[in-house]
Design a protein around this ligand. Structure first.
Ligand code: LMR
Length: 348
């Protein structure tokens, strides 16, 4: 009797630790073969952006390839959840897919702020190498501990500075200006403080209004977001600074993903890989096209940063690296340095 009890306790303990270590107990038979699977995909940008278009394309291809068995319902423009709500909605199972900017993971997963470090990447090839190797593996482990599975990394592009007050050429030009920053990133706040500006975290869906009503003077974003959200209508100054990278992690609820039938999971993963390649070239294409549209609109005074100016900004941002090295971790910072060391391609 005593040994039976001991065995029972042991089984319970093993099951408990298996779940705690991320090996989730999953009922693979939860879907009957004819049952429809609905995937809710929430994001915060308009449809005519790289992320918006890719989410839609993923939904269409999945529907075709599963013969309608899987329906991906895409909710763009924060219609379902805003920044800051998305992650919880994913964890609770209210949605199954999201694709937030890496910065927005920074509060729950501080190491993801690596992508926020100013001038950390010289070009998009370096970003891609980071998300294909050791750095990516490390960062994804943090997510797994919280029941989140990273499916892919989607591009947007490099961030540029816009504002309503004056032309920004040198770091001193930002002094006293209030800049909206994406939520959840200490590094982004530190970046603006390093140039004597005032950072104000705000969710994306409130940004246009904050710019229009002059609650903030400026913001940093990609060309495609500046164009698609019409920021150029209320921000007359643009500095093409390419000072930081804005990319997305496509995230799934890990339990949900593990519970999908194997054939469906395979179709989804193959389609995601294909759409990722498509999205990356679309992002480049859109950022180039939208830049031309901004120029043609005649609504912005555009300054393109020179290599010498860039050096000044890089110098001013050095304290941000020193202060936030502990967030990101020495090992990841070293891995980042290695990427740059081996990359002889020019900036952008
Ligand atoms: C922002 O908040 O500025 C961006 O993260 C929006 C987005 O998802 O591209």
């Amino acid at each position: 009797m005593t040994s039976r009890l001991a065995v029972a306790i042991l089984i319970v303990l093993l099951a408990f630790f298996a779940v705690g270590c991320g090996q989730r107990v999953v009922d693979k038979e939860q879907y009957s073969p004819e049952e429809k699977i609905v995937i809710r995909f929430s994001h915060v940008v308009p449809q005519n952006t790289p992320k918006g278009l890719a989410a839609k394309r993923f939904a269409q291809l999945v529907e075709q390839r599963t013969g309608g068995r899987v329906e991906v319902q895409v909710f763009p423009n924060s219609t379902l959840y805003k920044d800051g709500e998305e992650l919880e909605a994913l964890r609770s199972g209210a949605v199954q897919l999201i694709a937030p900017t890496t910065s927005k993971l920074g509060e729950m997963f501080p190491r993801w702020q690596l992508f926020d470090l100013p001038y950390a990447f010289r070009n998009r090839h370096q970003v891609h190498r980071a998300v294909e190797g050791e750095i990516w593996q490390e960062l994804c482990q943090d997510l797994e501990e919280k029941n989140i599975k990273a499916l892919s990394f989607w591009d947007n592009g490099f961030k540029q500075l816009t504002n309503s007050k004056r032309k920004i050429i040198y770091p001193a030009d930002t002094e006293g200006l209030i800049f909206r920053v994406m939520i959840n990133s200490q590094v982004l706040k530190a970046q603006f403080r390093a140039v004597e500006a005032v950072p104000l975290p705000l969710v994306f869906s409130e940004l246009y209004r904050a710019l229009q009503t002059r609650q903030v003077d400026g913001q940093e974003n990609t060309i495609s977001n500046i164009y698609a959200k019409k920021f150029y209508k209320v921000q007359p100054y643009l500095t093409v600074s390419n000072h930081g990278y804005l990319g997305y992690v496509v995230l799934a609820n890990a339990d949900f993903w593990a519970g999908l039938p194997a054939d469906i999971q395979q179709i989804l993963e193959e389609t995601m890989a294909e759409v990722t390649l498509w999205e990356r070239s679309k992002a480049e294409e859109l950022n180039n096209k939208d830049f031309k549209r901004l120029v043609d609109s005649g609504q912005m005074k555009i300054h393109v940063q020179t290599a010498e100016e860039r050096e000044e900004w890089v110098e001013r941002f050095k304290p941000v690296y020193r202060r936030y090295a502990s967030y990101v971790g020495r090992d990841l910072l070293n891995a980042l340095k290695q990427l740059d060391h081996h990359d002889r391609r020019p900036v952008l």
